[in-house]
Every structure is written in C-alpha cells, then in structure tokens.
Design a protein around this ligand. Structure first.
Ligand SMILES: Cc1cc2nc3c(=O)[nH]c(=O)nc-3n(C[C@H](O)[C@H](O)[C@H](O)COP(=O)(O)OP(=O)(O)OC[C@H]3O[C@@H](n4cnc5c(N)ncnc54)[C@H](O)[C@@H]3O)c2cc1C
Length: 333
C-alpha cells in the first residue's frame, strides 16, 4: 500500500474540449495533494488530445498522463475501463477522482471492481483526515437528508466520484508548469463488446442549464405546460435557463432533460428562482449550491422558504407578471 502515492484526476473531454468537471476535480485534487504533500496528476484519454494537457496543468495538475488512440475517440466502456485500470496499476495513485457524470457513473464502479478497491459515489465534500491521512468522502444519503462520511482504509486507490459544481476549480493560470507523459493504449479490439455507431446531439435552444448564471425553475404548482411559458419569458429577459422539479417533468409540463435534483441535474447558478416548487430535499439536492434562491409559493409554510434568501407568498399567476415587468424595466429589455 505504501507504494501508492499522489492524487489522480480522470479528465473528461467532449467536442475536443476539457469539460468543466475536470477543472472542478483538479481544484479538489490540488487541496488533497497539498494536504498530503504529494503530487496531483491528471489522466486524459481520447484521440488527438495531446494539446489538452496544458489545460489540466493550468488548472493545477503537476503531471498529465495522456493515452491517445483513435479507438478512444468516443467513450467506450470496455476500452476506457481497461486503459484506466492499466494506468492505475502503473502509476499507483493513492486517490483517484472521477466526475459523477454519465461517463463517471458508468466507468467508476467497473474500475473499482477490477482494481479490487472501494468506491464512494456522488461525493459533495472531500478532505484528508489529519491523523490517519485517509481520504474522507462525504456522500449525501436518504434522499439528501443525511450525510455519510466514508473512508477506504486498506485498498488502493481510494476512489470517489464527485458531484458537479460541488468543488471549486483553481483560477486558470497558464504560467503553471507540469510534465506530460504519453502512454500507449494497447487496446485489444476484439475485447470491445460495444461500438458507437452514431452520436445524435439533443438540440438545445438558449443557454445550457449547467452553464446558466440565472435559472428560473417551475414545479407541479405551475399547473401545466402553459405556466412554463411565463418562466421562459422571464428566463429570456434575465438571460437564464428554465429548470423544473421532478413532479413537473413527470407531469409533462417540462422535458425530463431540465429536471433538477437528486436524480436530475445539479446546478449552482448565481440566482435560482423557484416558482411553485415545495422544496423537497431531493429537489434541493440539485440546487442548494445556488448563491441566492428566490421562492414564489402560495403556501407560506412551504419548505422552499427555509432554503431561500428571498420569498414571495402568493399565486405565481399574480406574482410573476409584475416580477417579469420589473425585470424587463431593470434590464431595459
Ligand atoms: C429517490 C427520489 C428521487 C427524487 N429526485 C428528485 C429530483 O431529482 N428532483 C425533484 O425535483 N424531485 C425529486 N424527487 C421528488 C421529490 O421528493 C418531490 O416529490 C418533488 O420535488 C416535488 O415537486 P414539486 O415541488 O414541484 O411539487 P409539490 O411537492 O407538489 O409542490 C408544489 C408546490 O407548488 C405550490 N403551488 C401550487 N400552486 C401554486 C400557485 N398557483 N402559485 C404558487 N405556488 C403554488 C404548492 O404550495 C407546493 O408547495 C425524488 C424523490 C425520490 C423518492
């Protein structure tokens, strides 16, 4: 176990760019590595990705391992798990951080099984226990009502998947220096059980929820898809995106792709406007990282008011038109 050293972050690449989660993982990894007095490395898999190493270094990595191969162009479970397993066996990181993303959710449990180690998923906090030097991984459980602190005392690497927007990236600094170590993929094509034939991108109009600095979200109390038109109007004025609770998505008021919460998207905008949302813990799990939450709800006892900085008690049909007018005036739209 003593030959396992350092913190490693699995970088994610989409459309030729390093994903935001990678910078967040590197931010967390940097403070863990500093607490241990060890190095922070990144690993990047893909095709033609050599030029992306500098991004990981600019966000805090001391070293970047790259595995560049046409077979790694698209995420493919067998290929990625096999290659990362080999990288881990070679580099022997003490800690491995992976995003709680579509790729991370697919890859991390398989990798942990193959490496015969433990895995804490969906972590929202990570720190080093000063006495044991073990990684303490915080994972929300019971629908976000409790938090478990998990350690992996004997097996290595200590593996965690990390929820998006819960870790703060370092400020990008292109003067940081680091080394880039290319590794061979050596993929046995016959071992790949699936093949990506085609990729169809979902058309998204306007700002992506994950990137929006303002989100206007609606709940079941909107009463129908018609109500969401007010939210779209407001979102347009404040240059934001529209989100929804699971109940609103299940009822067909909004598409499932905009669901926010434990089983939806995790967002952390500057401003989150929750309209006719009760504030169930599973919903708050997806938006409690927002800087300011504003609630509109006709029930003064609704839980959302406990979670929000500002609140209006009233029927959204009466509150929103005035709110929209005021925003329009303020932004001169
Ligand atoms: C395992 C699990 C995972 C889950 N994951 C998620 C998740 O990812 N995201 C999520 O959102 N939920 C999730 N849920 C569901 C969650 O528990 C709640 O049921 C859901 O969030 C409720 O949605 P809501 O607040 O829109 O609806 P409700 O709880 O029905 O609340 C509607 C609110 O609207 C108000 N209202 C009604 N009419 C008006 C009006 N005219 N004007 C103003 N206010 C009005 C009411 O006072 C009420 O507070 C999950 C549940 C489980 C068990």
């Amino acid at each position: 176990m003593t030959d396992y050293k350092g913190v490693m972050v699995l970088g994610e690449v989409a459309d030729g760019k390093v994903e935001a989660i990678t910078a967040e993982l590197l931010g967390a990894g940097r403070s863990l590595a500093d607490a241990l007095g060890e190095e922070l490395s990144g690993v990047l898999l893909g095709s033609n990705i050599a030029g992306l190493s500098k991004d990981l270094i600019a966000f805090g990595a001391n070293k970047v391992y790259t595995v560049d191969d046409p077979l790694l162009k698209e995420y493919q479970t067998d290929a990625y798990v096999t290659v990362i397993q080999r990288v881990c066996n070679e580099v022997k990181p003490s800690i491995l951080l992976i995003g709680q993303t579509i790729i991370g959710r697919d890859l991390a449990p398989r990798l942990a099984f193959r490496l015969e180690t433990g895995l804490a998923t969906d972590c929202v906090d990570l720190h080093i226990d000063p006495a044991s030097k073990l990684l303490v991984q915080t994972h929300p459980c019971y629908g976000g009502n409790a938090r478990a602190h998990i350690v992996c005392p004997t097996a290595r690497p200590q593996m965690a998947t990390v929820r998006a927007k819960t870790m703060t990236p370092l400020e990008r600094n292109d003067s940081r220096t680091g080394s880039v170590i290319p590794l061979q993929a050596n993929i046995d094509q016959s071992a790949l059980k699936t093949k990506v034939l085609n990729r169809v991108k979902e058309e998204a109009a306007g700002i992506r929820l994950e990137d929006a600095q303002v989100i206007v979200s609606g709940g079941r109390g909107m009463g129908g898809a018609e109500g969401f038109k007010h939210l779209e109007e407001l979102a347009k004025i404040v240059k934001g995106a529209v989100g929804a609770s699971r109940a609103a998505c299940d009822a067909g008021y909004a598409p499932a792709s905009v669901q926010i919460g434990l089983t939806g998207k995790i967002v952390a905008p500057n401003l989150y406007i929750a309209v006719a949302i009760s504030g169930a813990s599973q919903h708050m799990a997806g938006c409690s990282g927002s800087k300011v939450i504003v609630a509109v709800n006709k029930d003064s006892e609704a839980n959302i008011f406990k979670e929000s900085r500002y609140g209006v008690v009233g029927d959204y049909r009466q509150v929103l038109p005035a709110f929209i007018e005021m925003c329009r005036e303020l932004v001169g739209a």
